[in-house]
Design a protein around this ligand. Structure first.
Ligand code: M6R
Length: 602
């Protein structure tokens, strides 16, 4: 998740780039940079940290008169947030900005280094500019060189390239990461989303995957694998606030819908044919480790709890989970053969950070699973795996949870493989299911419509019980937390088999039970638990691929072959249910009362 802006025209380029990047800062803010070619002269500026640092650096620079320009705000995936790793990346006479992940960058980098290219950064992006100059040096044709470059790229990219070899042209290409082109008379704009160009351009074209081309004074050319194409331009919306939410009513809603694509970002470069890879981990990282302890809070704790089933089931390693605020004061017994994992969306949660410091003082090796590079928890840990969810604005976490669950699933498999605890056949089943996860996360209009209609029956009552077994128990906890956070209704997550040990006393028609009834895991067991509740007149909303005659309401899920696919599909359903109930109650979905996005106090 990074932000890209480009501009070709006569206006002050610096201001257009900086204002545009400001709008995209939510996509990444660990560094930013711009490059401008005017009168054949190339200028560039980079600064780490927030955009205001770049503004400060470029204070005395102006760029009026016809020229071309590109800018970028970065959210680190490869390499730390340093000035050298900030975009634009420089070859000998060209600059590139890029959003996405070039999966084959290591092979390309090796090839280019053998040809004599000198790399300055640790990024995957820098390969693009060296590849371009390599092809340009043989063909002397910048567009031909650009075409040849993008043919070699595997993975996701939205990229802009400028070069002194064609000082009036911006080259562009898109695959898997968003990019659009804005038009206003002779001016041409590029951006990762609408907001930077609203009020500037009047028409827009949203690039499709594998489209590419160039823009120069008076001409914008578009191509795909079939050859030249014409633009089907649209009128650009004028409402900025709406555009930031991509047309959704709330950031939380947008983030729920985004899960299907961000989960691919989480996996990209980490799943090869038959293996899980984490570039972040040295090959001996798990040597000497015989147990795992995970500490986290809130939603991140629920992801941890779900993963404990996977670590023990696949990797056959003991895995204990603790709520960070409890762990800190229980005087825990720690042993240095235990790997200490922290999970945090923000990387700044005070209790989790302090738990990590305690574990380090006790000599434990540490790993963090986090969405924010360079956050306190990441910096404090021996190693970190980024979840790559992109910035999450809704206080109620959704895509952060989905990506944490995916990283943990992959990690359990990675460890199972290292410990030789999993057969090749089982590994292939898991990898195949991982690849099918984006589909399980798609929100259809029919599903959302049904949950919208159904939500009106769940605005009162004396409480909700979300129930599930196995990994669906932590998912039940998470479903209840989502509902509590944004509807202010009382909800609890419970292990389904535990209801009869007390909570069933609450059962009557005003007790709403949300039953997670997957087909692939303990279906008959959970069915009996739900029957017990139904017999006491509890109102049941069953979520299952199997029709369930005792349910008052029923959401039918897909007939999946893998529990994690059912997990992700049911996760989306509980998120939208909470969203729709909250909207009907007139609550502030994105900023629920009493809550903060990052809890940096004890
Ligand atoms: O940033 P973290 O993941 O460490 O935050 C932990 C909790 O504060 C967080 O998950 C909280 O429960 C969210 N509001 C959940 O939606």
């Amino acid at each position: 998740m990074c932000g890209i802006v480009g501009y070709l025209g006569k206006k002050e380029k610096k201001e257009i780039l900086l204002d545009g990047l400001q709008e995209l800062e939510y996509r990444g803010y660990d560094s930013a940079g711009i490059a401008v070619i005017k009168d054949r002269k190339l200028n560039h500026f980079k600064a780490i940290g927030k955009l205001k640092n770049l503004r400060e650096k470029t204070r005395d620079f102006s760029s009026e008169g016809f020229g071309i320009s590109i800018g970028h705000t970065r959210w680190a995936t490869h390499g730390k947030p340093t000035e050298l790793n900030a975009h634009p990346h420089l070859g000998q006479y060209s600059y590139v900005v890029h959003n996405g992940i070039i999966e084959n960058y290591q092979a390309l980098k090796k090839e280019l280094q053998e040809d004599g290219a000198v790399f300055l950064s640790q990024t995957d992006t820098e390969t693009i500019v060296h590849l371009f100059e390599k092809y340009h040096q043989t063909s002397n044709d910048p567009f031909d060189a650009f075409q040849k470059t993008i043919e070699r790229l595997e993975g996701a990219y939205a990229t802009l390239l400028i070069t002194e070899a064609a000082p009036d042209t911006i080259f562009f290409a898109k695959n898997g990461s968003p990019m659009l082109i804005g038009f206003e008379e002779e001016d041409v704009y590029f951006a990762s989303s609408d907001t930077p160009i609203i009020g500037k351009a009047t028409e827009v074209y949203y690039l499709e995957d594998r489209e590419y081309g160039y823009a120069k004074k008076g001409e914008v050319a578009l191509f795909d694998a079939q050859g030249s194409k014409s633009f089907q331009k649209q009128t650009l919306p004028t409402d900025k606030a709406m555009a930031q939410k991509d047309g959704y009513r709330f950031f939380m809603e947008k983030e729920i819908y985004e899960q299907s694509s961000v989960i691919s970002d989480t996996m990209i470069g980490r799943i090869n044919d038959e293996q899980i890879h984490f570039d972040e981990l040295e090959s001996d990282f798990f040597d000497g480790i015989d147990a795992i302890k995970i500490c986290a809070c809130g939603t991140s704790y629920h992801a941890a709890l779900a993963s404990s089933y996977l670590f023990e089931r696949f990797a056959k390693v003991r895995c204990d989970i603790e709520i960070a605020s409890e762990f800190r004061y229980k005087e825990p017994l720690l042993d240095d053969k235990t790997l200490f994992i922290t999970i945090s969306q923000s990387g700044e949660t005070a209790d989790t950070l302090e738990a990590l410091k305690m574990a380090k003082r006790a000599g434990l090796k540490s790993l963090s699973i986090c969405n924010v590079d360079n956050s306190s928890i990441v910096r404090e840990s021996d190693a970190a795996i980024l979840t790559r969810a992109g910035i999450e604005k809704g206080v109620a976490s959704t895509k952060a949870f989905a990506t944490q669950a995916m990283v943990l699933w992959m990690l359990s498999l990675y460890l199972a493989d290292k410990r030789q605890m999993i057969s090749r056949e089982q590994k292939m089943i898991e990898i195949d299911a991982m690849r099918r996860t984006p589909k399980a996360l798609i929100v259809t209009e029919a599903l959302h419509g049904k949950l919208h209609r159904l939500s009106k029956r769940y605005l009162h009552g004396h409480g909700f019980f979300f129930i599930g077994r196995d990994i669906f128990y932590p998912l039940a906890l998470e479903g209840a937390l989502k509902l509590k956070e944004i509807s202010y209704l009382h909800a609890e997550g419970y292990p389904a088999g535990e209801m009869k040990h007390g909570p069933i006393a609450l059962a009557d028609s005003e007790l709403f039970t949300i039953a997670l009834m997957p087909k692939t895991l303990h279906y008959d067991k959970i069915k009996s638990n739900v029957e017990e509740l139904s017999a006491r007149d509890a109102t049941i909303l069953a979520i299952s691929p199997e029709p369930f005659e005792l349910a008052d309401d029923f959401i039918q899920t897909l007939q999946s072959t893998h529990p994690m696919l059912e997990f992700f599909e049911m996760m989306v359903i509980t998120q939208i249910l909470a969203l729709e109930i909250s909207i009907r109650l007139g609550n502030d979905v994105d900023m629920p009362r009493n809550l903060a996005k990052s809890v940096t106090v004890e």
